[in-house]
Ligand binder design. Structure first.
Ligand code: GDP
Ligand code: IMO
Ligand code: MG
Length: 442
């Protein structure tokens, strides 16, 4: 117990120094961002989400081992003293948000006065979800494999400038007109979606009630975040998705529609770049991806099945089986470059425990054998790269109850240190299980 307290005390000092760490995904999502945020949250006054929406699925466990799956509510919610902010860059589906809040409340997690929603955040409507599905059907074999949570259509409304924001809920007369334009626009574009006045009336009535319920949560979060920084409050930012799914830096078009990399923190919360502080990249000890798109280190067949079963790799949001493969160092280095991570959290090291050997994808060769210098933009190149692997020995023993880095088997330490060497960023946290305490501080 004393050792645990010392360890916590040590880490607490270090975290306070960081003051505004940001936890971002550094692969294709589902790296375990939620768990790290939940573990760190007790050191912070505020946990804020800056982008994405209910496409995110963050699984966390409370100290009694009870499981929670969060989508829009930041993963700081289980820590009573933490204020959770949903920033201006997030797209908010109110029926989903209230369902999540009700679920938390019925499980004894008080949300009252603990969640703020930006008045600048865009509202994601049911019809956005419907046309997300219709778009995927239209794409036929080239479908993206979205979560069908309406993310692309809602960010499209935002970008084309007919979106509806949280602050618009305060003006129900113009809200109706704006929603009518949106619904008619969608109906004119998509055969499978029909506009009717009854639908508009029903939606407006629903949103009148939502507006009333949301009122106490609505805030100018840009002002609050900046005031909190001035008052030296401790702020932790939780990213959704990950850099390889970033609309600019990811494997476009097989990406999401927001900016899950570092830039999204500034645009999604209104925090100036020079006030950003340290960034922690969360990286799984292997790679997973849900949905379509290139995945150079993917293991098809039995190899992938072994990782999927051991890591229980099924989506938190959609339940889809995740595609699995070896850790891709080329993609990880690219993510470190784009985000400037100060440290990494290597998660799910325990999942690799019973493999005889473990591979690291260390470089890509183009067709013809030429080594690529950087992560390619061109998917026709990426789809055909040949990956060079380094093979490391496995450790063939359970590591899930180890809590100190020096107690890890030598082969596990070698794996961790080889990753640090290859990417040039220190690994400060190592996940060896899903529970709160299953974390080694290195
Ligand atoms: P996120 O979207 O990045 O928050 O990640 P998800 O919650 O979607 O997926 C990560 C999954 O791995 C969750 O089910 C976590 O409970 C689990 N998890 C997180 N860290 C570890 C770890 O170190 N070991 C194991 N075995 N599971 C982990
Ligand atoms: P968290 O926060 C993993 C993927 C989808 C699809 C692509 C586009 O839990 O890490 P979208 O619905 O956003 O238009 O889908 O992005 N995707 C995720 N994959 N984790 C996520 O979030 C994801 N959010 C979106 O599977 O390939
Ligand atoms: Mg997830």
């Amino acid at each position: 117990m004393a050792a645990a307290a010392r360890r916590w005390f040590g880490i607490a000092d270090w975290i306070v120094e960081l003051r505004y760490p940001k936890v971002l995904g550094s692969q294709w999502g589902d790296e375990g961002k939620g768990k790290l945020v939940d573990v760190l949250a007790e050191q912070f006054d505020i946990v804020a989400r800056c982008q994405g929406g209910a496409n995110a699925g963050h699984t966390i466990y409370n100290s009694e081992g009870k499981k929670f799956a969060l989508h829009l509510v930041p993963s700081g919610i289980l820590n009573e003293g933490t204020l959770c902010v949903i920033g201006n860059g997030v797209v908010v589906h109110l029926p989903g948000l209230f369902k999540e809040i009700d679920g938390l409340e019925s499980n004894g997690v008080s949300c009252k006065g603990r969640i703020l929603v930006s008045d600048r955040a865009h509202l994601l409507f049911d019809f956005h979800q419907i046309i997300d599905g219709l778009r995927e059907t239209e794409l036929a074999n080239s479908f993206i494999g979205t979560t069908k949570r309406g993310i692309g259509p809602c960010y499209s409304s935002k970008a084309i400038r007919n979106g509806i924001r949280v602050c618009d809920l305060r003006h129900m007369d113009t809200f109706r007109e704006k929603l009518e334009i949106l619904l008619k626009d969608a109906a004119s574009r998509f055969k499978g979606f029909e506009y009717s006045i009854a639908m508009l009336n029903e939606e407006v009535e629903k949103y009148k009630k939502f507006a009333e319920r949301l009122e106490p949560y609505i805030a100018d979060t840009v002002y609050i975040m900046n005031e909190s920084i001035t008052q030296k409050k401790k702020i932790l930012v939780e990213g959704g998705q990950a850099t390889m799914l970033d609309i600019d830096f990811g494997t476009y078009p097989f990406v999401t529609s927001s900016s899950p990399s570092a830039g999204g923190i500034c645009t999604g919360l209104g925090i100036a770049p020079r006030r950003l502080g340290d960034l922690i990249g969360v990286v799984k000890a292997y790679t997973t991806r849900v949905g379509s798109g290139p995945f150079p280190t993917e293991l098809l067949g039995k190899g992938g099945d072994i990782l999927r079963t051991a890591g229980m790799e099924f989506g938190t949001t959609t339940g889809r089986p995740r595609r699995c493969g070896w850790l891709d160092i080329v993609a990880l280095k690219y993510c470190c470059q784009v985000n400037g991570f100060s440290s990494l959290n290597l998660t799910k090291l325990d999942v690799l425990s019973y493999l005889q050997e473990i591979k690291l994808g260390v470089s890509y060769k183009q067709l013809g054998g030429k080594k690529l210098e950087s992560f390619p933009a061109d998917l026709s190149v990426l789809e055909q790269v040949q990956v060079d692997y380094e093979v490391l020995p496995g450790w063939n023993t359970d590591i899930s109850s180890i809590r100190s880095y020096k107690d890890l088997p030598e082969a596990a330490r070698r794996y961790v240190e080889r990753i640090e060497e290859l990417v040039g960023v220190p690994i400060h946290y190592i996940g060896i299980g899903p529970g709160r305490d299953a974390l080694i501080f290195k």
